[in-house]
Design a protein around this ligand. Structure first.
Ligand code: PLP
Length: 424
């Protein structure tokens, strides 16, 4: 651990903040040691309070596809701040961001801006229930949709990292209507929908799962899901809080040619500021207050600074070569696999676009049960060795690592060198 100041700050933080952090995974419980305290970020790098520099693969958990402190994003946010930080009243920029998202994602005919992915997913589920008049919802084990009660069941991300995929404090009455299935298991889904469709309001899914490590949908799984939900009048919600604008300038729905009824977005569309959204079919969205009877509101929703950051980010991303980035990361993962083969290590790497997870298991990982076969102790040792060498990986086996447009070839070569040295 290179950062002396970080250790001191963590001790102090623990006196006042629960576990010293404001979001559990940051505490490093899963990997041991003390988290680094960040002073600043620039491009693909972060700097701790001792001014140690790290190549960052967390990138604010995927929010910073353009890299840290992107000049165009900073400029837009600074300009917006000069006019005030919040009004609780409409601004033209909110419509501009909504128009940009709708143009990129045609299935989003109408949209509502909110502050976090949790809010987006929670509200989309409420809307689906209000629209259909049904109560039950279906999610998939290991998918994470934020921390609202009904979705915090067999959840991935921090919930899995901390070994509590089902949180204390979630009343049975909230989780009773949540049905959990295995990701990529179309037969179970089909059986369930055929028998219970009269009670099921929606199916919510990460079209590419990224909260139990990265897991790709099997061919036909999403198509089958769409066909079943359409046939039985069940709202299909794609939670693209991670996927949205990550693989293409649009959504995974666009990429796979599948049109969900509702889509949740977050992270990238706020450019690192607190902004998220949900949107989709007009007839469903118009059930929202003030037009319809489904209530959802927010003091800071469509916040001018966050919206300015979002618009600037999307303008920049519209000009970027996504396929080149995805190809570069594919090549890097290929080289990692070559190194694993040379060392006779049978770990598996899953990649989707510019996100990847190295699973410390010899199983090919298709679902939550597969991800859970990973050797988390071995992962933790690898994580610490990489951090000591200045590489900041996601501090949990059950997360993705995010490469951004700011990572250059030389950065990825550095990552590969450290990988070759520390993987065992
Ligand atoms: N949905 C997905 C797919 C996520 O990955 C996350 C967070 O990582 C959320 C929802 C919750 O978003 P937030 O942390 O902004 O509440």
């Amino acid at each position: 651990m290179r950062s002396v100041q970080s250790r001191k700050l963590f001790r102090e933080a623990k006196k006042y903040l629960v576990g010293g952090v404001n979001s559990p995974v940051r505490a490093y419980n899963a990997v041991g040691g003390s988290p680094i305290f960040i002073a600043k970020g620039k491009g693909p790098r972060i700097y701790d309070v001792d001014n140690n520099s790290y190549l960052d693969l967390v990138m604010s958990w995927g929010a910073l596809l353009l890299g840290h402190a992107h000049p165009a994003v900073l400029k837009a946010v600074n300009e917006a701040a000069k006019n005030g930080s919040s009004f609780g009243a409409p601004t033209a920029a909110e419509t501009e961001l909504a128009r940009m998202i709708s143009c990129a994602v045609p299935s989003i005919e109408k949209i509502r801006l909110v502050n976090s992915g949790t809010e987006a997913a929670m509200s989309a589920v409420r809307l689906a229930r209000g629209f259909t008049g049904k109560d039950k919802i279906v999610k998939f084990a290991g998918c994470y949709h934020g921390h609202c009660d009904s979705l915090l069941v067999k959840a991935g991300s921090g919930a899995t990292t901390f070994g509590r995929p089902d949180s204390l404090g979630v009343p049975r009455s909230s989780s009773r209507d949540t049905i959990v299935l295995a990701y990529n298991d179309i037969d179970s889904l089909s059986r369930l929908i055929k028998s219970q469709h009269k009670k099921i309001a929606c199916v919510i899914i990460e079209p590419v799962a990224a909260n139990m490590g990265v897991i790709l949908p099997k061919i036909g799984f999403l198509v089958g899901l769409r066909e079943l939900t359409r046939k039985y009048n069940i709202v299909l919600i794609f939670d693209e809080v991670i996927c949205g604008f990550r693989f293409v300038f649009g959504t995974a729905g666009n990429l796979f040619g599948i049109t969900p009824d509702l889509t949740c977005l977050g992270k990238i569309i706020g450019g690192g500021l607190p902004l998220a959204a949900y949107g989709g079919r007009k007839e469903i969205m118009d059930k929202l207050s003030p037009l319809g009877g489904v209530y959802q509101a927010g003091t800071l929703s469509g916040n001018p600074l966050a919206v300015a950051g979002g618009i600037a980010t999307l303008k920049e991303l519209a000009r970027k070569d996504y396929s080149r980035l995805n190809q570069t990361v594919a090549q890097m993962c290929q080289e990692m696999e070559d190194i694993l083969r040379m060392k006779k290590l049978k770990f598996s790497i899953n990649r989707a676009g510019s996100i990847f997870t190295l699973f410390f298991t010899d199983k090919k990982v298709y679902d939550y049960a597969g991800a859970r076969t990973s050797d988390t102790g071995r992962f933790a040792r690898f994580f610490r060795a990489m951090l000591d060498q200045g590489i900041n990986l996601a501090p949990s086996q059950f997360e993705g690592n995010f490469v951004s447009f700011a990572h250059r070839k030389s950065d990825l070569e550095l990552l590969l060198e450290a990988f070759a040295e520390n993987i065992r």
